[in-house]
Design a protein around this ligand. Structure first.
Ligand code: SAM
Length: 250
C-alpha cells in the first residue's frame, strides 16, 4: 500500500497548513512560482502530484494539457475533488512505472516527491527523454542537509528547544528511516553531487538552483525562525537543450 493511502497518515497530512491552504500556504511557493517557465499552450507532467495544486495552477496559467501522476489512490481522489480542471488528468501511476514517451512534454514538474525515490539517475534519464528539446524539468526535493539529518530531527535541550541540526553519514546515500506525521517513513538521501551532477550527466543545463528560505512575513509563525538554521528544500530548474551535444562537441 502506498504510504499516503494509510488512513491515519492521509488524515494527518490533510491537517498540514499546505494541505488546507494550498499553494499560498506552502513555504516554498514564493520561490518556486517564479521558476515556472511560461505555461500558456504548454503540456506539463507532474510527478507525485498529490492533491494536484500545481496541476490546477498550470492549467489556470493556460497549459493546454496537464497530467498528474501519483502512487496514492487517496491523494488522487482528493485531487479530483479539490483541483479538477478540464485540462488536467490525474492518473494512478508510480513515478517508476510511467512510460515517459519521447519528446512529449514542455515541462516535467515535481514537488516534494523525489526524495521518496531510490534511484534518481534513472528518473532523470527518463525525464530527459520525455521532454521535448528545449523543455524544462523543475523540481523541489528535500535538501541533502535535511535528508542527511540524524532522524530528520533537531537535537534539543531539556526544554525541547532546538540546539542544532545534526548531519551524519552525508556521503552514504540511500534509505533513511524518519518519523513524519507520527509514522515511520522511508525516504532517500541523495547528495548534492548526485542531484546536480546527475542532471548534468544526463545532458541537462542547470538554469536555477535555490535553497528555500522562509519568506520574511512568515518568520513570526511558530518554529519558522528555526527554518533559517538549515535548508529543508532544494529547488532546481534544468533544461533539455534544443540539440543534444554530440560526443566531441566543444
Ligand atoms: C509531500 S506529497 C507532495 C504532493 C504534491 N506534489 C504537492 O506538492 O502538493 C508527496 C506525494 O508524492 C507521492 N509519491 C511518493 N512516492 C511516489 C512514487 N514513487 N510514485 C508516485 N507518487 C509518489 C505521494 O503519494 C504524495 O502524494
Amino acid at each position: 500500500m502506498a504510504l499516503y493511502d494509510d488512513a491515519q497518515f492521509f488524515d494527518a497530512y490533510g491537517q498540514m497548513a499546505r494541505s488546507r491552504g494550498g499553494l499560498a500556504a506552502a513555504g516554498e511557493w514564493h520561490q518556486l512560482r517564479p521558476l515556472f517557465p511560461p505555461l500558456a499552450g504548454s503540456r506539463m507532467l507532474d510527478l507525485g502530484c498529490g492533491y494536484g495544486w500545481h496541476c490546477r495552477y498550470a492549467a489556470e496559467q493556460g497549459a493546454r494539457e496537464v497530467l498528474g501522476i501519483d502512487a496514492s489512490r487517496r491523494m488522487l481522489a482528493a485531487a479530483a475533488e479539490k483541483n479538477a480542471h478540464p485540462a488536467v488528468t490525474y492518473r494512478l501511476c508510480a513515478i517508476g512505472d510511467y512510460d515517459y514517451p519521447p519528446e512529449s512534454w514542455d515541462l516535467v514538474f515535481s514537488n516534494l516527491a523525489l526524495h521518496y525515490i531510490a534511484g534518481l539517475d534513472d528518473v532523470f534519464a527518463r525525464v530527459f527523454r520525455t521532454l521535448r528539446p528545449g523543455g524544462v524539468f523543475l523540481f523541489n526535493i528535500e535538501h541533502p542537509t535535511f535528508t542527511a539529518g540524524v532522524g530528520q530531527q533537531w537535537l534539543t535541550d531539556e526544554q525541547g528547544r532546538p540546539l542544532c541540526w545534526p548531519v551524519d553519514d552525508y556521503y552514504r546515500p540511500g534509505p533513511r528511516q524518519t518519523v513524519f506525521l507520527g509514522r515511520t517513513v522511508e525516504k532517500y538521501h541523495h547528495t548534492l553531487t548526485q542531484i546536480l551532477g546527475g542532471l548534468l550527466a544526463c545532458g541537462f543545463c542547470l538554469e536555477a538552483v535555490e535553497e528555500v528560505v522562509p519568506a520574511a512575513d512568515t518568520l513570526t509563525q511558530p518554529g519558522m525562525a528555526d527554518e533559517l538554521r538549515r535548508p529543508m528544500m532544494l529547488l532546481v530548474r534544468a533544461r533539455r537543450p534544443q540539440r543534444t551535444p554530440a560526443p566531441g562537441d566543444a
